[in-house]
Design a protein around this ligand. Sequence first.
Ligand code: ZN
Length: 160
Amino acid sequence: MEIKSNKVVSINYTLTSAEGKVLDTSEGHAPLTYIHGKGNIIPGLEKALEGKKVGEKLIITIPPEEAYGIRDERLLQVIPHSSFEGVEKIEPGMQFQANFEGHPQIIVITKVEGDNITIDANHPLAGEQLTFDVAVTEIREATEEELSHGHAHGSDGHHH
Ligand code: ZN
């Protein structure tokens, strides 16, 4: 069986930045399991995995456009400290989950000047060129339920 649309695929992976820093890895965890062709993973990785078989390994470098997008300076905003209810101390580098234009989004504090807090709602990996070292560990048919939900379920058939 090879990877194509609506197959449930499991991969082990290590993700590194252009500077060679490890950003994420499945090592020490369960493999990442997703439904191919549903946009569950970044476009560049999905494209590279198309047609691969169990046991195949690949190392691919993905430009930002095919990963988490390019940075959008319009997603930088200055908001007052009072927007952060119940948060006493706000420092650059802190991350919050926020509702941004109707979507749950991670925002990062980039600057604090008195009451003016600059937030960045770009994905933390926006603008980054990413390298994936990937090994395909399993390919199976998706169940009806998985296809209707648009995501893979665990081996026990439940959400994970
Ligand atoms: Zn589900």
